[in-house]
Design a protein around this ligand. Structure first.
Ligand SMILES: C[S@@+](CC[C@H](N)C(=O)[O-])C[C@H]1O[C@@H](n2cnc3c(N)ncnc32)[C@H](O)[C@@H]1O
Length: 211
């Protein structure tokens, strides 16, 4: 597991997997919170599953320059990690426009460009899905109805010919409902993972090679 370090040089920041993170006390985070409404579908912080994803991708890196789609990106930590370390061309999609200022702020602090799109999962076309070498998502199965929504999206991505798909989750029941169907139908595999620094996170990753 890669060591994560606090950065004592810059106030209200820390580093995780080589990605700079601004804490809730950082002046730019506070400014965005003042200037706009809060994200309304839980995209209000970096969730632990993003750390599981970064840990997984550090051990299983995509090819340099891969096209990556991050679904339900929130503040976009996993996508920023891919752009920073693997020179990936990242598109980050979320239903909630309010997450993107936080994502772009972190992209700027990490000197990477991320393309963002406001879109519900159901509206992402097969043609778009087919373009990506890697599709990632962290903690997007948090309501019962999302189990089927995310399953349908993965099914369309597999059938459209997308590359590898990796979904990280803190092991909520709807994630397992979705994952069981993907294991049966798309040869998905589940692995348990734990990260201890800079914060503890445990959960599972569903990995579909779709080769
Ligand atoms: C729990 S947050 C996780 C955010 C980020 N992936 C992370 O790990 O920090 C779930 C994210 O999924 C987005 N989301 C939920 N349902 C969605 C849908 N049907 N289509 C697109 N985005 C969705 C939310 O707006 C939110 O940003």
């Amino acid at each position: 597991m890669q060591k994560n370090t606090a950065n004592p040089l810059e106030k209200n920041t820390r580093t995780a997997f080589g990605v700079k993170i601004l804490t809730s006390q950082h002046k730019d985070i506070r400014r965005i919170k003042r200037e706009q409404d809060s994200p309304s579908i839980h995209g209000n912080k970096f969730w632990g599953s993003s750390y599981l994803m970064m840990d997984y991708l550090t051990e299983n890196p995509p090819e340099k320059g891969s096209k990556v789609l991050e679904l339900g990106c929130g503040w976009g930590l996993a996508g920023i990690h891919c752009a920073r370390h693997f020179d990936a061309k990242v598109t980050a999609v979320d239903a909630d426009n309010a997450v993107f200022p936080y994502l772009h702020l972190h992209a700027e602090h990490n000197a990477v460009d991320i393309t963002t799109q406001q879109k519900y999962f159901e509206k992402i076309t097969n043609k778009q899905l087919a373009q990506y070498d890697l599709i990632i998502a962290a903690d997007v199965c948090f309501w019962d109805e999302l189990a089927d929504t995310v399953y349908q999206l993965i099914k369309r991505a597999c059938e459209a010919g997308a590359g590898k798909i990796v979904i990280a989750d803190p092991e909520r029941p709807p994630f397992f409902t979705m994952a069981e169907r993907c294991i049966d139908e798309f040869y998905g595999e589940l692995e348990h993972r734990q990260v201890d620094e800079p914060r503890r996170a445990t959960g599972a990753l569903l990995v579909i090679e779709n080769a």
